[in-house]
Design a protein around this ligand. Sequence first.
Ligand code: FBP
Length: 339
Amino acid sequence: MDHAAEAHRTDLMTITRYVLNEQSKHPESRGDFTILLNHIVLGCKFVCSAVNKAGLAKLIGLAGETNVQGEEQKKLDVLSNEVFIKALVSSGRTCILVSEEDEEATFVEPSKRGRYCVVFDPLDGSSNIDCGVSIGTIFGIYMIKEGGEPKLEDVLQPGKNMLAAGYCMYGSSCTLVLSTGSGVNGFTLDPSLGEFILTHPDIKIPKKGKKYSVNEGNAKNWDGPTAKYVEKCKFPKDGSPAKSLRYIGSMVADVHRTLLYGGIFLYPADKKSPNGKLRVLYEVFPMSFLMEEAGGQAFTGKQRALDLVPKQIHERSPIFLGSYDDVEEIKALYAAEEQ
Ligand code: FBP
């Protein structure tokens, strides 16, 4: 018997054990973050099981309501949002919740309040729900000042002030990718144990990639630098091989592939959507936080994405994120445009 392999196989690094280890590095910590994260993990497990059995449980299709973005809500959108709101409030560690599905921020009642603000997209990639293509949950965590009365400004902060961010992808396997500000780690749900096990330790995105990910259907509305960049991906003039296009249409899935394989994901502004499509607080910021923690970059076309200061909770922003060198190329094209 290969005892080393056996020892490794039986030495289960669950996400809770991982976060407790991280917590032990902060003697001042009271364990609140670990408790909060466990409630987020519970929400992800619930949504994972609901997504897996959606077709069987009649959870496919529309809920008959429209969200603040003017999008028709899917049954799974509404269910996921409800599960996360209840899990986060019942953690007793949150004070403000911002969800893609709710017009207003939720201020937790004082008796159940804690110091964390959670911004989240309960189910990202709605257009792919009914056809069983990978979708996900995205979240970011801020903390309010000690003893402060929670106010909206506590979430309208630059992304660089986030304490932690992550996403959970519901695909061929269920993978939760998390950063608490010291690197990025991926955990895969072992359905037989009901536990997220560390499978992708210390993820580092390759410095340069062979793939680009964008909805080319919007090409006619793109600005100069974006059009030039995608042209360069397809027809490089420096003798390097052309990049391959990969676009799933679920940000979680497209960013997950980009994080592991390298390359670039972009949802630029265009004449139709002058501020792009993706939302700053619960899509752009968490993914940019993870990308920088993994050695990549995230750029808005004007600035470092994490330096943005949102003015309202559902604000949108263009985004270019991925391998360091690939994002450098698009930054150079925008800089040239400025001159
Ligand atoms: P929601 O599904 O949560 O609204 O997210 C937006 C999203 O689906 C992203 O996941 C994805 O990257 C993008 O929109 C796809 O947009 P498009 O269909 O315009 O390419």
